[in-house]
Design a protein around this ligand. Structure first.
Ligand SMILES: NC(=O)c1ccc[n+]([C@@H]2O[C@H](COP(=O)([O-])OP(=O)(O)OC[C@H]3O[C@@H](n4cnc5c(N)ncnc54)[C@H](OP(=O)(O)O)[C@@H]3O)[C@@H](O)[C@H]2O)c1
Length: 379
């Protein structure tokens, strides 16, 4: 795409579409009004209601009758457990098929995602800025998996770039079935030390472009009656982190956006939205964000393997999961951050993101996709 091209994004019409407007305007063949549906969220909800009601009944019984309601607890616990077990029997969505567009497909997790999809038989559109790396991933896809990849060099940290990319792709006659929003940028440092322009680029790339691509391609998916979206956020989306403040704040944004989107999509059968939350992963991201000397990256060695993280995302998408962590380690960190008192949370997050000033440093990750491509022989 021309580097200086600008396409204005919808300024937003006066009329905000409401659920009712969706009801009225959308094709009833694809839009199913939100009715009660037995999905993972409702199953968990019923189970929580039974458990809470049982606990309340037990407390009331102890206070009024001075004895625990033994006859109530066992059947209620069994009921809650059996409702939860229903999760195992939920119907799975169709596995992804068709053309896959990956932003951030030129390196790291996005490139590994490209190889996984190519191995499963998908053709690809790869988006990034580094044309050489895009070309290297494209060649690997072609040589190792005999699939085609179309590359688009685009800077998604510019306002309007997402719409430009959408127009470019659709004008070339492509219909995107699977959207992987993987492009992301981090930045270590105190907020008041960071430039306003850098913060704006990070926010535009990590949040605005991700949302706009989801809206643009998502609307087409609704019309097609099928589609799969994978949003890459971060375990940082669970941490309020002094020293990595804006980056982790952008990932909070993506986490909230993606979770709520998954619920909105309950009314569109055939459209899946999954969020992948990696922890410290051994990619160029860490050095680009100047995070290699933070306690979190240096002490862990950014151990998560991008291939394994990408596979976790792919498998979760196939199962129609709302969210998945890159590893058990990330899941445990997020759980701890969720449960810890705020004082503990903030102290721990500050410690994790503090710089070690040369005392410890993460090993420089592989920069060259040609070299990473050599890993593919093992597949
Ligand atoms: N590595 C980690 O520890 C970690 C942890 C949690 C979450 N994540 C998230 O995982 C995702 C992938 O990161 P990664 O670890 O695979 O790092 P990476 O190797 O640096 O990949 C980042 C990708 O984003 C693309 N990108 C960066 N700026 C861009 C821009 N302005 N316009 C278009 N594309 C741009 C890069 O392409 P070009 O270089 O070609 O521009 C690259 O393909 C990111 O969203 C990141 O926030 C990473």
């Amino acid at each position: 795409m021309a580097a200086d091209a600008r396409v204005s994004v919808d300024e937003g019409s006066e009329q905000q579409p409401s659920h009712r407007a969706l009801d009225n305007n959308y094709d009833s063949a694809t839009y199913k009004p939100a009715a009660f549906r037995l999905d993972d969220i409702n199953i968990d909800l019923i189970s929580v209601i039974i458990t809470t009601a049982t606990a309340a009944a037990a407390v009331i019984s102890i206070l009024l009758l001075h004895q625990p309601p033994a006859k109530l607890i066992a059947p209620a616990t069994a009921a809650a457990a059996s409702v939860l077990a229903l999760r195992l029997f939920l119907p799975r969505p169709n596995p992804p098929r068709g053309l896959v567009l990956i932003t951030g497909g030129s390196s790291g997790i996005g490139a590994e995602m490209a190889y996984i999809f190519a191995e499963k038989g998908h053709d690809l559109i790869l988006v990034g800025r580094n044309e050489e790396q895009l070309e290297a991933v494209k060649n690997n896809v072609k040589e190792k998996f005999a699939r085609s990849a179309y590359t688009v060099a685009a800077d998604l940290s510019r306002p309007g770039a997402a719409k430009e990319l959408y127009d470019h792709v659709t004008n070339h006659g492509f219909t995107v079935d699977v959207l992987v929003n993987g492009a992301g940028l981090g930045g270590v440092g105190d907020v008041l030390e960071q430039s306003i322009e850098f913060a704006e680029r990070m926010t535009t790339l990590n949040c605005i472009s991700l949302v706009q691509l989801t809206q643009l391609f998502g609307k087409d998916m609704v019309k097609q009656g099928r589609g799969w979206m994978l949003q890459i956020s971060s375990v940082g989306g669970w941490m309020a982190s002094p020293g990595q403040n804006i980056y982790h704040a952008t990932k909070h944004y993506v986490r909230a956006f993606s979770e709520a989107l998954s619920l909105e999509l309950r009314t569109y059968p055939g459209i899946v939205n999954t969020q992948l939350m990696p922890g410290p992963t051994h990619t160029q991201f860490v050095t680009r964000a100047h995070a290699e000397e933070t306690f979190m990256m240096a002490a862990s060695g950014a151990v998560e393997d991008p291939k394994a993280v990408a596979m976790a995302g792919y498998q979760a998408l196939c199962k129609g999961k709302r969210m998945v962590f890159g590893s058990w380690n990330s899941a445990a960190t997020a759980l701890m951050m969720q449960l810890a008192p705020r004082s503990v949370h903030l102290t721990f997050a500050a410690m994790m993101n503090s710089p070690l000033r040369g005392r410890m440093r993460m090993k420089e990750p592989e920069k060259d996709q040609k070299a990473r491509g050599s890993d593919l022989k093992e597949r």
